[in-house]
Design a protein around this ligand. Structure first.
Ligand code: SF4
Length: 139
């Protein structure tokens, strides 16, 4: 018997509607999705509470999209932690289906997943960029 596809969820450290404070989109209203989990270990990290993904509640993709759509946000910034520790294709598919623009902030230490309108790459010495980060995906 065919079982239904499980709905993907992610450990959610925090999520909120605000202004992007830095980079190309500085000043743009944006919904921040801060996913739990990071294995990079920067000593200067100001979000160490993000490192253990198991300490954060799981939110499903429909729950995340519903939260975003309850605000005027048109731009979503997915950050962490290191968001690419999670497979993000299903998340960005849902965000784009909802008419949202997708940005990601990453260290590049894991293979790239997801469909992004803008990638902010902030490499860290402690964990080199994944060789698969720059591979162009054909699917
Ligand atoms: S990659 Fe980011 S979240 Fe992870 S330890 Fe470094 S500064 Fe913190």
């Amino acid at each position: 018997m065919h079982s239904p596809t499980p709905i993907r969820s992610y450990p959610m450290m925090e999520h909120f509607y605000t202004l992007q404070g830095e980079g190309f989109y500085q000043g743009r209203a944006a919904y921040f999705v801060r996913l739990g989990g990071c294995d990079v270990g920067c000593v200067w990290c100001d979000v160490k509470e993000s490192w253990d993904g198991e300490k954060h509640p799981q939110l499903t993709i429909p729950e995340i999209v519903a939260q975003i759509k309850s605000t005027p946000a048109q731009l979503v910034v997915v950050t962490g932690g290191e968001p690419l520790m999670h497979p993000l294709d299903d998340l960005t598919t849902a965000l784009k289906s909802a008419g949202l623009q997708t940005n990601i902030e990453t260290s590049g230490s894991h293979p790239l997943s997801g469909d992004w309108d803008w990638i902010c790459l902030s490499p860290k010495n402690l964990k080199p960029r994944s060789p698969k980060f720059f591979q162009k995906r054909t699917n």
